[in-house]
Write a protein that binds this ligand. Structure first.
Ligand SMILES: O=C[C@H](O)[C@H](O)COP(=O)(O)O
Ligand SMILES: C=C(OP(=O)(O)O)C(=O)O
Length: 352
């Protein structure tokens, strides 16, 4: 821990400590991008872009746990998804949700990256190490990685490993996140707001398409300003809102209309979870089925779907004694289990 500055009576009044953390360069030196991972990322980004711009008719599918909380369980899930990706690749571009930095409505466990031991110790360096190691291992399986970018400094540590990025419902309206998205090398999906506002997501994609300058850190953790060229692959993710779901054909058409009006390529991803399922994992398949039927009748703008899925269905609270954790069950939002995931994905690939 670094000592708190005592030079002034007007700062750090609510700060208990400062702590140094691993730099992006130290982390990348410890876990360098492998040739296989680089190929996985480059190929997947190209595929996702082609899908979003209508040059590839396959469905983009982002599937995986609401949050990662255990390295080995995440890798077990990844191995299953990687094998399935091989089988369904002609029809589906499968990317794994590797969500490690969780936005909370108020308070709660904030994810594997900031609190990898699930005990409030906030071992950020440990979380960054384990996260990079995990994302590398998943990419080395040939399975691309998707994540939500929440903390504006984290991307410096992980940018090179990501094939699809999300800016969540709680941050899509934030300028900090929009300008950060303008620098991301992967396609970025913007969720509609928790209120259900589509405009928030469309405005975010417009903002991120522009060139910006913002504060960040270099690989050696020096303060710097980064100048961006803008992200041309921003799109909308429909996740439902306070008034209920927004995955139906008229909702998708309205999102496409707003995107076209804003001079964006109309491309929509439907999130089968969150407010579209009423946070009830047993309803995710209803949304999934609707996505498939919209595509069957010819929707050209509905290009992707997201599923929250873990090894086992449901969710659990984090117990005081971590040995009481149930294997492969989400510790944040409820997920469908692997068996249902495989069934949904195989059926989708077969019927196309
Ligand atoms: O995806 C996960 C949650 O919906 C999101 O992080 C908010 O969670 P909370 O409302 O339980 O805090
Ligand atoms: C937090 C998430 O979603 P949303 O931003 O839609 O609540 C998520 O996908 O994990």
């Amino acid at each position: 821990m670094l000592p708190k500055s005592h030079h002034s009576a007007t700062e750090n009044l609510h700060v208990s400590a400062f702590e140094t953390v691993i730099t992006p360069r130290q982390l990348k030196d410890a876990y360098p991008l492998t040739a296989t991972a680089e190929q996985t990322v480059s190929k997947a980004r190209r595929a996702v872009r082609s899908i979003l711009h209508g040059e590839d008719d396959r469905l983009l599918v982002i599937a995986g746990p609401c949050s990662i909380h255990d390295f080995d369980q995440a890798l077990t899930y990844a191995r299953k998804l990687a094998a399935l990706r091989e089988d369904v690749g002609d029809q589906l571009e499968l990317v794994m949700r590797v969500y490690v930095d969780k936005p909370r409505t108020t308070v709660g466990w904030r994810g594997y990256l900031t609190d990898p031991h699930l005990n409030g110790a906030y071992d950020f360096s440990g979380g960054l190490r384990r996260t990079r190691e995990l994302m590398l291992a998943i990419n080395d399986l040939g399975l691309p990685v998707a994540t939500e970018l929440l903390d504006p400094f984290v991307p410096q540590y992980l940018f090179d490993l990501l094939s699809w990025v999300c800016i969540g419902a709680r941050t899509a309206e934030s300028q900090t996140h929009r300008v950060m998205a303008s620098a991301v090398s992967a396609p970025v999906g913007f969720k509609n707001g928790t209120s259900g506002s589509l405009k928030v997501a469309v405005d975010a994609a417009v903002a991120a398409k522009g060139a910006h300058a913002f504060f960040t850190i270099t690989d050696d953790a020096h303060a710097c300003i980064v100048h961006t060229r803008g992200n041309p692959d921003g799109h909308v993710v429909l996740r439902g809102g306070q008034d209920g779901p927004n995955y139906s054909a008229p909702n998708v058409a309205e999102a496409a209309r707003l995107m076209t009006q804003a001079h964006l390529t109309p491309a929509v991803v439907v999130d089968c979870s969150h407010a579209n399922s009423g946070s009830d994992h047993t309803r995710q398949h209803l949304v999934w089925d609707d996505v498939l039927s919209q595509r069957r009748v010819g929707s050209r703008v509905l290009r992707g779907a997201m599923i929250e899925s873990h090894l086992n269905p449901g969710k659990q609270s984090i117990p005081a004694d971590l040995t009481d954790l149930q294997y492969g069950v989400s510790v944040t939002d409820a997920c469908i289990g692997w068996d249902e995931t495989e069934q949904l994905l195989r059926a989708a690939a077969e019927q196309r």
